[in-house]
Every structure is written in C-alpha cells, then in structure tokens.
Design a protein around this ligand. Structure first.
Ligand code: GTR
Length: 425
C-alpha cells in the first residue's frame, strides 16, 4: 500500500514538473526568426513558381526527410490490392462499401492493411471526391456497421472504448463514430476512406521491429536512422492513393487527405510528399504538425521526442531544446503543399497544440502561395473563435472546445472542399 502511495506521488510529481516546464503564456514566447522560406541554401532568392518547384521545394522536402520525418526505403516491397468485400447497399442503400486489403509484400513476408471505403451510391457528377484519413483504434471503431472487419493488429488499450489486452473487440465497434460522420459526408456527395494506423506500424517504441519496417529492414539497414512511424503512416496513405487511381467510382483528382492530432501530422506530411492529394486538412495537429516549433508554446520538440521517440526520425532529437538551430520550421511544411488548398483547424482549449502557432504556419507559408498568384492571410493575429477564415487556397478556424474533431470541423471541411471542387451550385 505504502509503495503504491509513493508511486502515485512520484507520477504526480513528474507530471507537475513536466507541465511546469511547458509554456502556456503568450508573453513568454521567445523572439524567434524563422528560416526564409524563399531563400535557397546557396542564398538564391526564389522569384517564380517554377524556381520554387524545381529548386526550393525539393530542397525543403529533403530537409524534412533528413531532420524531421525520415523516409521509408521501399525498394524491397511490392504492393498488391485485393478487394475483399463490396456491398452496393451499405448504410441502408446510401453508400457502396468496399474493403480493400493492401498487401505489402517482401518475398514470403506480407503485411496487410485494410482500406475501408464508403462511396455515395449516387454520384451523378461522375466518380466521387473522397476524404482519406487514418483512424486510431481500428476501422470498426469509426461506425457501427456490422460488416466492417475487426482489426486484429495491435491496439492501444483504452478501457473507455472496451479495448483491453491490445486487441480490437466487437464491443469497441463504433466507439469513435462521433469523429466520423459517415452518413453526413455521403449526403454531401463525398466518399470517405480510412486505414487503421496500427495496421501499418504499431504506435509504440518497438525499435521498428514490427509493422512495415519489418519488411524494409534490409533496405533500411543502409540508413536505419531515417525510420519513423509518421513516415510509415504517410507512406500508407500514398498507397491508398495508388488504389484510388484504379477505382472508377472514385475521382482520383479530388482526394482530400485529412487527420486529427498525431494523424493530422501524418496528413500534412503525406500531403507534402505526395502532390496527388488535392486538398490537405490538419485538425489539431500541433507540435511536429502545423504548429511552429520555434514558438515553444505548448508541446515542444523535446517533449514530443521524449514521449514518442518513434514518431520522428532520429535526427529530430538533435533539436530538443534547440529549435532555433532547425534549418526549417513548420511554415515550410505548409509551403510544400502549395499551391494546393490547405486547411488548418485548432481548438480554443487545445493549448498543448498551440493554436496560434498552427495559424502562423499558414500565415508564414504565404510567400509560396503568392508565387502562384494566390491571395493569402493578411493578419498575423488569430481569427475570432468559431469564425472560419478562407482566402485563396488557405482555410483556418479556431473552434471553441477541446482537442477533438467535431461536426463543426467537418462542416467547414466539406464547405471548403465544395468551394474548391466547384460544387457550390
Ligand atoms: C499527444 C501528443 C500530441 C498529439 C496527441 C494525439 O499526447 O503530445 O502531439 O499528437 O497526442 O495524437 O492525440
């Protein structure tokens, strides 16, 4: 009993110490200078969109691979798609549901991830546009639809969701449906597709022994430090995109990649790497996502690397408490998405993710969007709560409430997509 008591005090003490080192006061944000987004490493000023695309964009992409997200060495992997289930009368006839097994094959070793897809049954304007995002607890947790197979990959325990012993269960079916308004998305004329991120790489520090990296070990041995879970998850989103290119029900030029929180970081990175994603949406992605690292507000580089050593590549740890020596910052991640539409959302109470830092990344990516003749945000202060702001190809809102993805967020994303795909009649 006594030991338990001391353990509790110890945990409380560590949490308090940890939080007391985190800054939540805007007045304590240090002065910082962001790396120049339009200045090449050789000091050349980028003046046109074609110079951006051929010189600066590849340079920045490489910096992110080398210092932040790493890369997947996939020379030894073959990909196979297998449609394991199609239901033309899903959701009471509203939708077509497909389950596509994506097999990642290296010789006799295979890793399979399930891509769950809902497409509106009626899409009179041709193949349907579609939202693609990963989920946290298994495909079967996004909806009560009994036909969704239960994931048998490792799942983080969550007693509130009936998840014990790191296994998906029938009882956890639909537990996350509030974040996935599937019927509403279908009614608005969009498809929605998801992959459970644990099918690709389990979300714990396993030294990359499981999941996708098990299959890439040979290739990755040339540069083992480049491995990161975020790059594996983003890689899988691009493989889903490869599948969409083969499916006539889906409009491959209108795929919106989105994600919440850590999976928002994944969506941004996938959208930065893979230009086929037409719109990129980050919901509360925070540190290592949309938020500027140099502001040191809320979660910091050190904090995130210590809590989740597997998310980013090894080199990112060199910047623990040394954000100013990063050759990049997160506005350059948004710049990689330009000129495509990008939407960043924050939540008022989600100080950990630094709402202002998330907004400022968009603001400071402006010079790249302007190279393409697009308008950009004009003010460096946060817009009002619950008042979405759209200019050119940029969208942002800060919603009241907590770290979550809500109906309010979804309605804004649907409107934003309608606007860019000229669906407003
Ligand atoms: C937190 C982490 C955040 C965010 C979040 C989530 O613990 O510090 O960066 O990614 O998890 O993904 O839910």
């Amino acid at each position: 009993m006594k030991t338990k008591y001391f353990q509790l005090i110890f945990v409380w003490f560590s949490v308090t110490i940890c939080f007391s080192q985190i800054n939540f006061d805007e007045n304590q944000v240090p002065d910082y200078i962001l790396p120049e987004i339009l200045l090449t490493q050789n000091g050349k000023k980028i003046e046109t969109s074609s110079q951006w695309d051929s010189i600066r964009r590849p340079e920045i992409l490489d910096m992110f691979k080398n210092h932040v997200y790493g890369d997947v060495c996939d020379d030894d992997i073959k990909i196979k798609f297998e449609t394991t289930d199609v239901d033309d009368y899903a959701l009471c006839g509203k939708a077509i549901r497909k389950n596509v097994a994506i097999h990642f094959i290296n010789g006799t070793d295979t890793l399979t991830a399930n891509l769950l897809i809902y497409i509106p049954s009626k899409h009179p304007d041709g193949p349907a546009p579609l939202f693609l995002g990963m989920n946290f607890f298994g495909n079967h947790t996004i909806h009560y639809d009994l036909s969704i197979p239960i994931s048998d990959s490792y799942v983080r325990n969550n007693p509130g969701f009936n998840i014990f012993n790191n296994k998906g269960t029938e009882e956890s079916r639909g537990v996350r449906e509030s974040r996935w308004p599937v019927e509403r998305i279908i009614d608005r004329g969009y498809g929605i597709a998801t992959i459970y991120y644990g099918d690709i790489d389990p979300d714990f520090d396993d030294g990359f022994k499981n999941g996708l990296y098990k299959l890439t070990a040979n290739c990755a041995s040339k540069n083992p430090d480049k491995r990161s879970s975020i790059s594996a998850w983003a890689y899988a989103l691009s493989r889903a995109m490869d599948y969409f290119e083969t499916d006539d029900d889906i409009n491959q030029s209108q795929i919106i990649v989105f994600g919440h929180s850590r999976l928002g970081k994944v969506a941004l990175w996938a959208g930065a790497v893979d230009k086929r994603f037409a719109i990129v949406i980050s919901n509360d992605s925070g540190c290592g996502g949309a938020a500027l690292s140099r502001r040191k507000f809320g979660e910091t580089v050190k904090q995130i690397n210590e809590s989740f050593p597997h998310w980013f590549c090894k080199a990112f740890k060199d910047f623990n408490d040394k954000e100013d020596s990063l050759p990049l910052d997160q506005h350059m991640l948004i710049g990689l998405i330009a000129p495509r539409p990008v939407y960043v959302a924050s939540a008022e109470n989600d100080k950990w993710a630094d709402p202002k830092g998330e907004y400022l990344s968009l603001f400071y990516s402006g010079p790249v969007y302007r190279l393409y003749g697009l308008q950009t945000f004009e003010q460096d202060s946060l817009p009002l709560i619950n008042k979405p702001l759209w200019i050119g190809n940029m969208g942002y809102h800060i919603r009241s409430g907590d770290h979550d993805i809500t109906r309010f967020d979804w309605e804004r994303y649907l409107d934003f997509a309608d606007n860019h795909f000229n669906k407003i009649k």
